[in-house]
Design a protein around this ligand. Structure first.
Ligand code: 3PY
Ligand code: MG
Length: 250
């Protein structure tokens, strides 16, 4: 079973890491740290498709579920990533019910969706029965991070065929006239995040949030978020390097 679905089935919230660095080696190190899943950020990270493919394999080897935040709501990109070992898709900037429906269609084989058949790596993991379990083998989130996404939230949430919404706090803050800060404290942004969480749950959808600080993420889990991402690999590397250098220099 998909490790994120397993966590949900056990009544827990998933904690995932975030990868900007285009390296299978560092992805494997991150996976072995024990995250439920790792998200390769194709939108704002450095990985090419080929590098992402190698990283998916390293993440799986390391025991975490391989996921990706795609660069756009592009069926070709989404289907290709699914064919090469991505078991969770986070799609940025969803703003209407039509966009959410197009996203959902990319995730499923007919008759539910319009995914094209060619599961090169999932067929290795799941064998010939993959086609029957394909939909269950992935998790999916539409990102809410714009004014229009907020306005059309209920219309987006009413679409079937994807698991939940994922909040991008930096873009959401920009949309609401605030600096693009992770772990936001501006009341209007905090209120928008609460509103999205409550509407998502009221309409039977999961809700996830991009976080930086682990303690901040823990507080959001206590509020009921079903999935949180924490500090990206690039930030962890910078923090570790700075601390080590500071200790050496005194
Ligand atoms: C945002 O905060 O806008 C995101 O998309 C998270 O990377
Ligand atoms: Mg964003």
């Amino acid at each position: 079973m998909n490790r994120i679905r397993q966590v949900w089935a056990e009544g827990r919230s998933a904690v995932v890491g975030w990868l900007h660095i285009p390296s299978a080696f560092s992805a494997e190190i991150m996976a072995r740290a024990g995250y439920d899943g790792l998200v390769i950020d194709i939108q704002h990270g450095a990985a090419s498709f080929h590098e992402a493919h190698e990283m998916f394999r390293a993440i799986e080897l390391g025991g975490a579920e391989p996921l990706a935040r795609v660069s756009a709501n592009d069926p070709g990109e989404i289907m290709k990533l699914l064919d090469y070992g991505c078991y969770g898709v986070i799609c940025p900037m969803i703003e209407t019910g039509e966009e959410a429906a197009a996203f959902a269609a990319s995730l499923h084989y007919p008759p539910q969706g319009r995914r094209s058949y060619g599961p090169r790596r999932p067929a290795q993991r799941y064998g010939a029965a993959y086609v029957e379990m394909a939909s269950q083998s992935i998790v999916s989130f539409a990102m809410i991070e714009t004014q229009l996404g907020l306005v059309n939230l209920d219309q987006i949430l009413a679409v079937e065929g994807y698991d939940g919404v994922f909040i991008g706090p930096a873009d959401l803050a920009l949309a609401l006239g605030h600096p693009p800060k992770p772990d936001p404290d501006a009341p209007v942004v905090v209120e928008a995040i609460r509103h999205i969480r409550e509407r998502a749950h009221a309409m039977g959808k999961k809700v996830g949030l991009f976080c930086a600080d682990g303690a901040y993420a823990r507080a959001r889990i206590a509020e009921g978020f079903d999935l949180v991402s924490i500090a990206p690999d690039s930030a962890l590397l910078a923090a570790g390097a700075q601390a080590s250098l500071a200790a050496a220099r005194g």
